[in-house]
Design a protein around this ligand. Structure first.
Ligand code: BYC
Length: 482
């Protein structure tokens, strides 16, 4: 095992960054630790903090075998600082400094830009834990409860990852930012989280699965871009975070697939082939497909906002400076400078949405968003196989990127899910066809009855295709005192 893949468990904070001999940073982190724990206890999962949960913990950062499974009480989880192994002789892959050796220290002129990127990334991690804090109480099974807690502890570890970068490389400013990350709260009107989607509620499990499919996937795209960074510690941090992120998106992809599967089963069993016989379907304890489409519309559009404006000088500056690349930058066959390159950008011109070739550098947010949309579309196709297999004529669709947007080119217009521009009044009239209604929310809440018997699942969701860590179907993923 190479030096940087070995995780030291001799300090209070497991790490593979040599913390034991980095007294100053260790001290700063040890000071931050109790504040983190009190944040976790007050804003992390409600109720189940004392329950042993069958969690995976990273014990190595090598591609194979980094996860060790075992029962842990969440406040005792070994949150650690784990960076992917250093790549020998790595050079900056894009922008003004292309070809130069990557930086091991923060370049002075980019300090503010880099700090801003790290703070935004860091802010999303505790935000998602806060958003999901009540889910345990209504978990449809112990399997699902465990998955949510796994996601939560890993998002909290991602917070640690960003706090380490802030404290190690940004001195006093970094320490202040680390405190601020624990001060802001999702949805708090006085101290909200920085990005819109992270101030929304996650009130039910359908929302959770949608969030882990759509919003965690934004996390993946952003982390992929940061993994390209010329600031090597950020790149290595993001690369390891990505290995954990994959499971979060799996929870979303498979969670929705299981909901669809159960709805289709219940419809088939009761000889209902029209997905719009809503009352009957709901009466049978299943979630109707049109409601699921409205949830897709909501979570997709809110997640698109996380990519920023289509045209952004911030994005151009991040790229030029070698701080944030494109998705799979090293696989792209071009000059990696983009000085004269063009990229098609959607704009509203003369009351129509048109694709206009624009300078590629300021259009990087749009490009990353396009990569994201393609990935989401593939996931939706997989969901649609569930209905096709059951012989039910219904296809989920991603809404148009102009639909329900609060950031960027389409923030000032209203568009239907098909991408037709509409007057505000007409859109308001149609709103309840497009987006989840209070009725939908109430219905979902009515389904949120906890199921704590090992191997049992709520009526509205099918059991998973496979267990965690090859455990038997009736495994007790969370031990809840009787
Ligand atoms: N809400 O130049 P623009 C994850 C602000 S998720 C509120 O277009 P830029 C995770 C923007 O800050 C991934 N404000 O933006 C998932 C700017 O403000 P100033 C998180 C917004 O900078 C699930 C102004 O509007 N990581 O990891 O090009 C669970 C003009 O914006 C929003 C990152 O995002 C918004 N949605 O792009 C757990 C990566 N969007 O300067 C975790 C780091 C923009 O006028 N961040 N604004 O005060 C970035 O790369 C960029 O900051 C953004 C925004 C892509 C987010």
């Amino acid at each position: 095992m190479s030096e940087s893949s070995h995780v030291a468990y001799d300090t209070i904070i497991p790490n593979n960054v040599g913390l034991a001999s980095d007294r100053k940073v260790l001290k700063a982190l040890e000071k931050w630790h109790p504040d983190f724990l009190s944040w976790w206890k007050s804003m992390g999962p409600d109720v189940f903090q004392e329950s042993p949960v069958y969690l995976r913990t990273a014990i190595s950062v090598e591609r194979e075998g980094w996860a060790q499974f075992g029962y842990v009480k969440m406040p005792e989880y070994r949150w650690g600082i784990l960076l992917a192994p250093q790549v020998e002789n790595r050079t900056i892959g894009f922008g003004e400094y292309q070809g130069e050796p990557v930086w091991q220290e923060v370049p002075g002129e980019y300090r503010a830009l880099l700090r801003r990127l790290i703070v935004i990334q860091g802010d999303t991690e505790p935000a998602s834990v806060e958003q999901q804090r009540f889910l345990g109480k209504t978990a449809p099974s112990l399997y699902d409860m465990r998955n949510a807690f796994q996601v939560n502890v890993e998002e909290a570890r991602h917070l640690w990852a960003m706090v380490y970068l802030l404290q190690k490389y940004f001195g006093r400013d970094g320490r202040e930012e680390a405190q601020e990350l624990l001060r802001r709260r999702s949805g708090d009107p006085d101290a909200p989280r920085l990005l819109g989607a992270f101030n929304e509620e996650t009130p039910d499990w359908l929302s959770f699965f949608m969030f882990t499919f759509f919003t965690d996937r934004d996390g993946k795209m952003q982390l992929e871009s940061l993994a390209q960074s010329g600031f090597d510690p950020l790149s290595r941090t993001a690369r390891f975070m990505l290995t954990e992120e994959a499971h979060h998106m799996y929870v979303g992809q498979s969670g929705i697939a299981r909901v669809l599967q159960r709805t289709c089963q219940i419809m088939a069993k009761n000889q209902i082939d029209d997905p719009f016989r809503i009352d009957e379907i709901r009466g049978l304890g299943a979630i109707d497909l049109p409601l699921i489409q409205r949830k897709v519309n909501f979570h997709f559009s809110v997640s698109l906002d996380l990519f920023g404006s289509e045209i952004s000088t911030n994005a151009a500056n991040f790229f030029d400076a070698g701080l944030k690349g494109r998705y799979k930058e090293i696989d792209i066959d071009d000059d990696h400078r983009l000085v004269d390159a063009l990229y098609p950008v959607l704009k509203v011109i003369d009351g129509r949405i048109q694709s206009i070739d624009s300078p590629a550098l300021p259009a990087l947010n749009m490009r990353l968003r396009d990569d994201y949309v393609r990935e989401c579309a593939r996931g939706v196709e997989r969901w649609n196989l569930v209905m096709a297999k059951a012989g039910i004529e219904f296809k989920l669709k991603l809404p148009h990127v102009a639909f329900n947007r609060a950031i960027g080119e389409f923030a000032s217009v209203e568009a239907s899910p098909e991408g037709h521009l509409m007057q505000q009044k007409e859109w308001q009239q149609q709103r309840d066809r497009y987006l989840p209604t209070t009725d939908d929310a109430d219905f979902l809440q009515s389904l949120m009855q906890p199921l704590h018997q090992p191997g049992q699942y709520a009526s509205w969701i099918a059991p998973p295709a496979r267990s965690i860590d090859n455990q038997p179907d009736d495994f007790e993923y969370v031990r809840i005192p009787g």
